[in-house]
Write a protein that binds this ligand. Structure first.
Ligand SMILES: [Zn+2]
Length: 305
């Protein structure tokens, strides 16, 4: 069972630098503010990222006049520093790089690179994550869900796969006996973008700006809202998402309505939640509805009278 001698710690596993900004930043900032320890694991260095911020090609900007090949090299060289800046905004206590190469989008040449995450031996990759879990003793682990039809990036699929196996193996002394003292994490959560959030943001964008970045395809896509167990109120922590996204200057267009169409206050009024699916729980039952309001529910020590 969980270890009350360890500080409350949440570990979130991501595929690329910038994923931590777009998925869960307000929740992690909130737990940091409450005194929990927060750890970010990033599987790859984001080497395949393109320049998504056209303003950096303007006169006097660092990418001015570059060829696409030169841009790619420069973007790759900047991503770790951008990640550090983003992690500082969110307030992560530690950032751990798993050390794999970005695999690129599905069915592209970088999928074949021998050092890429997609090609990594599964047990070996799980071991790298198990070693981190055993060292930081995180009771809560956050990862991507089992349904990634909306964005089937090979690195995101593999983050899910290694996280579930690491959750199972970290406490098992038979697995990786050389990688630290076994520690059994208590709860495993999947990140999810609620359909309710997408619809609310869509309506608010129409109201405030007259246009919405969400296409019909997005609006008609089947949601996973019926699977949501846990809603974290993050209305006061939208700045973590905004600031972390802006820290990834090469990856995020600062004028993109997709990211910045609503300001923090509007977003907080529109949809003040981040939603999570509790996939595994060793300290209690999985709620049958979306009534849980704390990732550490069931793990907080009884307060002495
Ligand atoms: Zn990613």
């Amino acid at each position: 069972m969980s270890d009350v001698n360890s500080p409350l710690t949440v570990l979130t596993v991501h595929a690329h630098p910038d994923d931590e900004a777009s998925k869960g930043a307000p929740t992690l900032a909130k737990y940091k503010a409450e005194g929990a320890r927060t750890v970010l694991v990033c599987a790859t260095g984001g080497e395949e990222g393109d320049l998504h911020n056209p303003t950096l090609r303007d006169e006097g900007q660092p990418f001015h006049g570059m060829t696409p090949e030169e841009e790619k090299v420069k973007v790759a060289s900047l991503r770790e520093a951008e990640l550090a800046a983003s992690a500082a905004v969110i307030g992560f206590d530690e950032v751990v790089m798993l050390g794999y190469r970005d695999s690129g989008m599905a069915e592209t040449e970088p999928n074949e690179h021998p050092n890429c995450f997609h090609q990594a031996d599964l047990d070996e990759a799980v071991g790298r994550l198990v070693a981190v879990i055993r060292r930081v003793r995180s009771q809560v682990i956050i990862t991507y869900g089992d349904d990634q039809k909306g964005y089937p990036h090979p690195d995101h699929l593999k983050v899910h796969d290694i996280s579930v196996l690491a959750f199972d193996r970290a406490g098992d002394p038979e697995w990786y006996p050389e990688l630290g003292e076994p520690f059994e994490p208590a709860k495993l959560y999947y990140a999810v973008w609620a359909k309710a959030r997408i619809l609310a943001v869509h309506e608010a964008m129409l109201k405030y700006t007259g246009e919405s970045p969400f296409s019909e395809e997005w609006l008609e896509r089947e949601g996973q809202d019926h699977r949501i167990t846990t809603k974290i109120e993050v209305g006061d922590f939208q700045w973590a998402r905004t600031g972390a996204l802006r820290a990834h200057a090469t990856q995020i267009d600062p004028s993109a309505g997709w990211w910045f169409g609503l300001d923090d206050q509007q977003l907080a009024e529109t949809y003040p939640w981040e939603d999570w699916i509790l996939a595994r729980n060793r300290v209690g039952p999985i709620p049958e509805d979306d009534s849980e309001r704390d990732l550490f529910a069931g793990l907080r020590a009884e307060v002495d009278a």
